[in-house]
Design a protein around this ligand. Structure first.
Ligand code: 0L1
Ligand code: MG
Length: 255
């Protein structure tokens, strides 16, 4: 087994067993971005070998709020599998995660294949629908602390997603109001403009970044465009709802 495989097993086991691990860069301070993406790909391959199915990709650190929250300044991506999907309105079992947080997002449903360098117009023409969503992020690292290569290796913290109803992609996504409330009280407020100025830019970045790894956005794929606000740390007993102007709402409870 190569060193990268061993690191992939380490992050995969941490995710599978909801066990916090030390940052990889503690022992490997020179771990590079390309190696980190290779570890991510190998760890996702293990999930697919266990029977999970790839359903799309997530974009991360697409807003200033998120970059500041985690202390980095680059857009990153990760892979989504069917095991990460939660039903809208479902109860999330906190025991299955290390220290989960929820963040409001916009999700694209692809109608056509997209890969490589594309314009915003080409990207939107490939979209079949858009929906309000929340991503459940759960760093597998102790105290939710990591350097950029750590978080990339750890599938960019992705561990769950919940999606509302899809609407036509003809909605102007550039500046829609977003409210994340907890037990009815607004806790995070923002605009979809926080996602790289317009969520479509995140889709353009996704097409370009996956192509660097020989992958594409395929018809039926979901593309999570990235968090609008800082993420909310989940506690048992909470009802967490995201409302996005013109798109609608999506909610979970935490058990
Ligand atoms: O989806 C995101 O923007 C999060 C990416 C990873 C950073 C984090 O875990 O907060
Ligand atoms: Mg996110």
């Amino acid at each position: 087994m190569t060193a990268l495989h061993e690191l992939a097993v380490r992050v995969d086991e941490a995710a599978r067993t909801a066990t916090a691990i030390p940052q990889l860069t503690n022992d490997l301070p020179d771990l590079g971005i390309d190696d980190a993406y290779a570890i991510q790909a190998l760890s996702i391959r293990r999930r697919l070998e266990r029977g999970e199915r790839r359903i799309g990709v997530k974009m991360g650190l697409t807003s200033r709020a998120k970059m500041i929250q985690v202390g980095v300044d680059e857009v990153i991506w990760g892979r989504l599998t069917d095991a990460m999907l939660l039903e809208e309105g479902a109860s999330l079992s906190k025991k299955r995660y290390v220290h989960p947080r929820a963040e409001p997002e916009v999700v694209f449903l692809m109608g056509r294949r997209l890969s490589g360098r594309v314009t915003a117009l080409e990207a939107m023409a490939a979209v079949e629908g858009v929906a309000p969503a929340m991503e459940i992020i759960d760093s597998r690292y102790q105290a939710f602390r990591f350097a950029l290569p750590d978080v990339i290796a750890d599938n960019s913290s992705s561990s769950g997603l919940v999606i509302g109803s899809f609407v036509s992609p003809r909605v102007d996504l550039s500046n829609l109001g977003v409210v994340l409330s907890v037990n009815g009280t607004p806790r995070q407020i923002g605009s979809t403009a926080a996602i790289l100025g317009n969520p479509v830019r995140s889709l353009v970045a996704a097409a370009r970044m996956v192509a660097q790894w020989g992958e594409s956005l395929e018809p039926g794929d979901l593309v999570m465009a990235g968090g609008v606000t800082a993420a909310h740390a989940l506690s048992v007993g909470e009802y967490v709802e995201t409302n996005i102007e013109a798109l609608g709402r999506v909610a979970i409870t935490v058990g």
